[in-house]
Structure formats: C-alpha cells, structure tokens
Design a protein around this ligand. Structure first.
Ligand code: SF4
Length: 196
C-alpha cells in the first residue's frame, strides 16, 4: 500500500480538481475531469483517461469499455456507480485527445498534481483494480501488461492488474484464454469479498 498523505476536506479537493486548467492548452475538448470518489469506497478502479463519450457525459466508464468492465467484475451499474463503495480514478482526469490511431496517453501533468491528494481520501480500500499499463506502472513499476495480468495472484488480495477493457481487449482475450478461465473468476470473487 503506498504511503497516504493527510486528507483535506473532500469538497475542497473536488472543487480544486473541477477548476483545474493545468494542461487545458493541449486538451482538444477542454478540461472536464471525470472521477468518482468517497472516503468509504472499498474498491478503486484505477484507470487510464476518459474517452470522448465519457467526456461528453461526465460519467466514468459510460461507454462500451465500461459495459465490458462491469461484466468482467460481475457488478450491476447501480453497484459500480455507488461512490460510497466504488471509487473510479483515471491516471489522467480529462480526455487527452488522440494519438497514433487511439486515445492519447493520460496527461503527464495530472497524476503529480492530484493523485496523492485523491488517494489520501480513500482510506478504506480493500481492492485496487489496475486497469491498463499506466495505472500498473504507477503502482507496481515497469513491466509488461500481459505478464503482469497473468501473474495476478502475486498481488492479491489488495491489487489486481487488468487489461484496459477497450474493444482491443477482445482480440487480446482470444490470444490469452487463461484470462477468461482464471483471472475473471478470481476478479469476481475479489470484488464480492471487497464489497461484502
Ligand atoms: S487532465 Fe488533470 S491536470 Fe490536466 S486539466 Fe484535467 S485535471 Fe487538470
């Protein structure tokens, strides 16, 4: 578990994030931080960055990736969007634009500004889902995503690395059938345990 900073009033933190313009000059759709937190959350979905649908709706994982992630986790939308139980915090809080045929990486300015202050609010976490390589590198250091997911048992019960649930994950799952057979049952059971 990383060291926790002193928590500030959560409303002050959320107001500061909502007003953030630190990298607005490079955000193609402008700043709109999208996250879900509360001090009682048991599960943290540590993700990458919002896509365009999420940017427009302001709701984290309100897209096909979210449908896939909820199916992987075995949770209904109501559970997923219950901030008192599930926190959702991407490495970059605003939509970063496109690069090389896909979404650009999370803005590098964002985590140093906000991540420790957000994490200081989340003191009752039992399980952190590291979605994609950016969240995995931040928590576990450098490493290959597929090998890290394959070694998921090494990090339980606190942490579970997962691929990003984008459409690309369908191709990846076909190549790595152990994910559906071994990781998803372990993920569902870890989620149930953390929420119990
Ligand atoms: S991505 Fe992060 S640092 Fe950049 S404007 Fe949004 S909240 Fe601020």
């Amino acid at each position: 578990m990383p060291a926790l900073h002193e928590a500030e009033p959560i409303d002050d933190l959320l107001a500061g994030i909502a007003a953030c313009r630190a990298c607005s000059h490079v955000l193609p759709l402008g700043p709109r931080p999208v996250l879900q937190i509360s001090p009682t959350a048991r599960i943290l979905v540590a993700s990458q960055a919002p896509g365009t649908k999420v940017h427009h709706s302001g709701v984290p994982f309100a897209d096909a990736s979210g449908d896939r992630l909820r199916e992987w986790m075995g949770v209904a939308r109501e559970e997923f969007y219950d901030a008192s139980r599930v926190a959702i915090v991407p490495m970059g809080l605003c939509y970063p634009g496109r690069k090389g045929g896909g979404d650009a990486p999370p803005r590098p300015e964002c985590a140093p500004l906000w991540r420790a202050r957000i994490m200081a609010q989340l003191r009752q976490l039992r399980l952190t889902l590291l979605i994609g390589s950016y969240a995995q590198v931040e928590r576990l250091g450098r490493g290959a995503m597929t090998e890290r997911v394959r070694a998921f048992r090494d990090h339980l019960p606190e942490v579970l690395p997962l691929p990003h649930p984008s459409w690309r994950s369908q191709v990846w799952m076909k190549r790595n059938p152990w994910f559906e057979a071994e990781v998803l049952p372990a993920l569902r059971s870890a989620v149930r345990e953390a929420l119990a």
